[in-house]
Design a protein around this ligand. Structure first.
Ligand code: ZN
Length: 135
C-alpha cells in the first residue's frame, strides 16, 4: 500500500477514476487517453506512460496523477504551484515603491494618484488570468 513509486499506466486496462466518484476510466480506442463513465472527463497519459493528466480548459493548473498500483496519487507540478505568488511580488513590488514615493511628495495630485491605483488594481487580476492561461 505504501509503495508510492509511480507505475506505468497500461493503455489497455481500466482504472478507477481519480475524480473520486467511483467512476471507471476506460481506454479510448486509438488514443492515449482514458474516458470516465461517471464524470465524463477525459484523461491523457503523458511522460512515457507514468502520468495521467486531466484535460481541462477551465483550470489554471495542470491536474495530474501517478498510478501507485492500487490508487491514484495526486502529483504536484512544482513550479506552477508557486508561480503566481512570485509573479504577484514582481508585479506589485515596483508600483508599491512608486506609490510610497509619490505619497511622500505632497505636490502630486491625489486624483491622478488614485486613478492610477484604481487602474492598477483592475488590471492586475486580468494580468494574473492571462499569465495562468498563457500556455
Ligand atoms: Zn470520473
Amino acid at each position: 500500500m505504501q509503495t508510492q513509486k509511480p507505475q506505468k499506466i497500461d493503455l489497455t486496462a481500466e482504472y478507477p477514476c481519480p475524480c473520486g466518484r467511483r467512476g471507471q476510466i476506460a481506454p479510448i480506442t486509438l488514443t492515449e487517453a482514458f474516458g470516465c463513465n461517471r464524470c465524463q472527463q477525459i484523461f491523457v497519459v503523458e511522460e512515457s506512460g507514468y502520468v495521467l493528466e486531466q484535460l481541462s480548459t477551465n483550470y489554471p493548473y495542470k491536474k495530474i496523477w501517478h498510478w501507485t498500483g492500487c490508487h491514484w496519487q495526486r502529483a504536484h507540478t512544482g513550479l506552477r504551484e508557486h508561480y503566481l505568488p512570485v509573479v504577484l511580488a514582481i508585479v506589485l513590488g515596483p508600483p508599491v515603491v512608486w506609490l510610497m514615493l509619490a505619497l511622500r511628495s505632497a505636490s502630486v495630485s491625489n486624483i491622478i494618484l488614485w486613478t492610477f491605483v484604481a487602474v492598477l488594481l483592475m488590471l492586475l487580476p486580468a494580468f494574473m488570468v492571462w499569465l495562468a492561461y498563457r500556455r
